[in-house]
Design a protein around this ligand. Sequence first.
Ligand code: 3PG
Length: 393
Amino acid sequence: YRTLDGVDVAGKRVLMRADLNVPLRDGRITDLTRLERLSPTIVELSGKGAKVIVLSHFDRPKGKRVESMSLRPVAGALGEVLGREVGFVEDCVGDAVAAAVGAMQDGDVLVLENTRFHEGEEANDVALAMLIATHGEMFVNDAFSAAHRAHATTEGIARLLPSYAGRLMQAELDALNAALGTPQRPVGAIVGGSKVSTKLDLLTNLITKVDLLVIGGAMANTFLAAQGAELGKSLQETALHPTALEILAAAEKHGCRILLPVDFVVSETFAANPPTEVVSARNVPANAMALDVGPATTDEIIEAVKGLKTLIWNGPLGAFETPPFDTATMRLAAAVAEATEAGMISVGGGGDTVAALKQAGIIERMTYVSSAGGAFLEWMEGKALPGVAALAA
Ligand code: 3PG
C-alpha cells in the first residue's frame, strides 16, 4: 500500500475515510480515543494545505437517516480534539456537499454525514462510491478499524481515486505485521474471552503462526471439559468439545505449545467480592463456577511471557469487570508492561482487551494497542481485510 510520504496534497480535495464510530452514552461521547488517534493524519493533511473531507459511518442506521446517529456532535468533538473549527454537512453526497466543498480553503476540515444513512454504503454500491468520489481528487483511508467491511467508503471508493493509507492505518498495519506477519520469535498469543465459538477461526489460524498460545477466560473451560475436567457450573460450550480437541491436536502438529489453566478462582455466585476459593482446574466443585484463572496459572503464564520476543493479546483471563476476578488479568498486564520495557514487542487489541488494558493502566506501556475491534479479530484470523486490500490494488 502507499503511504502519504512524499505525496503532494497541497490545494487538493482529499476524501479521508476515518472511523468516527465513537461510544455514546445518553448523547455524550464517552471515549475520545478514536478521534485522538485520527488527529495526526488530519493535522498533517491540513498542514500541507489539503482540503480535508472526512467520511465515516456511525453506528448501524441500516441505510436510512436516524437522527440519533448523526455525526454532527462527533464533528464538534473532533473540532475540540483538533483545537480548530471543523465544518459539517448533513449528507455525504449531493449539492450541499458540493457547495460546502467548493467554499473550503486550503487546510480546512469538513466532516460529512454518516455514510450508512445511504443503503449503498454497506452494499458497496459503485454508484454511491462514484457520487462521493466526485467530491475529492484523492482518497486516504485511515480507518483500519472499519477495514474488515467491504463498503462503498472503505473498499469501493479506493478503486476510483488515487488511494493512500493514512498515518493511523499505517501504524496499525506496521504493528500488526511486526506481531504476526514477520515476528521476532518466540512469538506468543494470549487469547481469552467467553466463547470458543466466536474465536474458532482465530484459534485455528494462531496455532499455525505462534510458538505459544495461552488460552484463558471462559473459553478455556471448553478445552478443559473436552479433556475430561469437572467444571461444576462454569460457562462452557459442550457442543464444541470435539472442535476443542481438534484444535489441541493441530497445535501439537504445528509445534505450538498450548497453555491451559491449572487452577481457577471459583465462586458459587457471580457478583462483586463474593466468597471465593482456589481449586484445581480439573476439579471445580459442582455448585461453583470458574471466574478467573488461579495464582498458579497466572505465575505460569507470566513465566512463559518472559521468554517471548513478541506477544499478541486478545481477551481477558477472567471476568475482569467484576472484582476480584480481575486479579489474573491485572497481574498479567503488569508483567506484560515490564516485559515490554525489557524489549518484548507487545500488541493488544479487541474491545474487551482494550478496556482491560486501560483498567490496568498499561496502554502507554505496550508497544501498540489497536484502535480496532472486529477488524483486529479478523486480522488475527488471518483474513484479508477488504479496506486494506483495496489500498494495495
Ligand atoms: C467498530 O467499531 O468496530 C467499527 O467502527 C466497525 O463498526 P461495525 O461493526 O458497525 O461495522
